[in-house]
Ligand binder design. Structure first.
Ligand SMILES: Cc1cc2nc3c(=O)[nH]c(=O)nc-3n(C[C@H](O)[C@H](O)[C@H](O)COP(=O)(O)OP(=O)(O)OC[C@H]3O[C@@H](n4cnc5c(N)ncnc54)[C@H](O)[C@@H]3O)c2cc1C
Length: 384
């Protein structure tokens, strides 16, 4: 059976100091720029000027090498910054994907030119990315993607369709998973490659898709005979599957999987802490204890990544437990309306609650569904 534990990692004094610096920066910038906290801000709240300010502070591309404009800080330092941004509902959606996964993917697999051209712009908060994995008929089953990149004399010709790509309408690049050879034998994972696609190229059409909340944050992206040069290939031809699995681990392992609606809890407590009955204190206490456990596990994952381990089961576990926590949190706040009538809630709290309620279904879909996460955990533990 694979190892499944979460070594405890202490938050050092330096990390605590960093946390305070980030908190003060957020407070000051929110005031100066009249920013209000948003729920699910890492997906929905885009503010390129805020992203640039974070870049100026050295809080983007924190773990990337200095050679490419990064800061060579630890994953634990990055975790602290990320956590503070999430709990304050800061407008981080513009740079989130580039900072979380695309930049690391380029550093790991990219050519020297790709690194030199793109990484400094990610770390300065001026270059945004979208994820091009899902397709209309391939979500959980990524190996079945049909988008095809055909080799030409000077590079590649890309045809196909990606769907649900968060922020593609604002992004400069998309990392696209495509087939480069038809599936051979029974190996469904062979013949896939990743491409670094400049979204301003001719032949690319990006169509917004409205979600249940009426917002348009994700998109369908159509590639119609898009001409890509040789340098667009990211990593090795035919190794797209191995590469995308690593990218998914980065996508799934962070604290955004349980902190998306922290602003709702925070606002609720601020508004009603003096009116809590014994019952509500007990329910909220339980949920806060659960949150604290998730934080400890997620911080431990950051430490494992820092030590070059690959905490795949742990990441899948925290994503799944985190998504369940978010559902439970919203449910408990809903139960509170039996004790404190919703008519007495402030308009901003009501709006946070309504928004969170409508987003419940998407939390356990994005980044991989619950069934897929449980399947990964079971497989890695040797249970299936
Ligand atoms: C808010 C949001 C943002 C997203 N952003 C992006 C993005 O930026 N880029 C991107 O590429 N994608 C994105 N996605 C897509 C997301 O990753 C997919 O929706 C997800 O992988 C599920 O794929 P699907 O919708 O095709 O569902 P399907 O794969 O068709 O699954 C349907 C149902 O069947 C279950 N199922 C499927 N296979 C199995 C199995 N083997 N065993 C058991 N049950 C199974 C699933 O759990 C699910 O309940 C986003 C989705 C959401 C909701």
């Amino acid at each position: 059976m694979s190892q499944f534990n979460f070594p405890f990692e202490e938050e050092t004094k330096d990390l605590k100091d960093l946390r305070l610096r980030v908190r003060n920066f957020i407070k000051k910038t929110f005031k100066e720029d009249k920013i209000t906290p948003s729920p699910d801000a890492w997906v929905f709240s885009t503010n390129p000027s805020f992203s640039k300010k974070l870049g100026d502070q050295g809080w983007l591309g924190m773990s990337f090498p200095k050679k490419y404009g990064g800061h060579q800080k630890s994953m634990l330092e990055r975790y602290i910054v990320t956590e503070e941004l999430l709990v304050s509902g800061a407008p981080v959606a513009a740079h989130w994907i580039a900072d979380r996964q695309s930049g690391s993917q380029i550093i790991r697999y990219g050519t020297e030119d790709q690194k030199k051209n793109i990484i400094p712009k990610i770390t300065s908060g001026e270059c945004f990315f979208a994820i091009g994995m899902s397709e209309p008929d391939s979500g959980s089953d990524l190996a079945s993607v049909k988008t095809f990149a055909k080799k030409t004399t000077n590079g590649w010709k890309l045809n196909g369709r990606k769907i649900w790509s968060t922020g593609a309408h604002l992004a400069h690049y998309m990392i696209v998973l495509a087939r480069t050879t038809k599936q051979v034998d029974n190996n469904r994972h062979s013949g896939l490659s990743q491409f670094l696609v400049d979204l301003s190229l001719p032949g690319i059409e990006i169509n917004g898709i409205e979600d249940m909340t009426g917002q348009k944050h994700f998109n369908e992206t159509v590639f119609d005979d898009v001409v890509l040069d040789k340098d667009s290939l990211l990593g090795s031809e035919g190794k797209g599957w191995e590469q995308v699995v690593g990218e998914l681990a980065l996508e799934r392992s962070g604290p955004e999987r349980f902190l998306s609606h922290f602003v709702l809890l925070d606002n609720f407590l601020n508004e009603f802490k003096s009116k809590m009955s014994e019952f509500s204190t007990l329910s909220l206490g339980k949920i806060i204890a659960e949150l604290q456990s998730l934080r400890i596990m997620s911080f431990s994952i950051a430490s494992m990544i820092e030590k070059k381990h690959s905490p795949e089961i742990q990441a899948a576990f925290v994503k799944e437990a985190g998504n369940n926590f978010e559902k439970k949190l919203i449910e408990i706040i809903r139960e509170m309306s039996n004790l404190i009538p919703i008519q007495t809630w402030s308009p901003s709290l009501k709006s946070l609650f309504e928004d969170a309620t409508l987003k419940i279904p998407s939390n356990s879909l994005r980044g991989g569904t619950s069934e897929i996460m449980r399947g990964i955990i079971a497989k890695k533990l040797g249970l299936r």
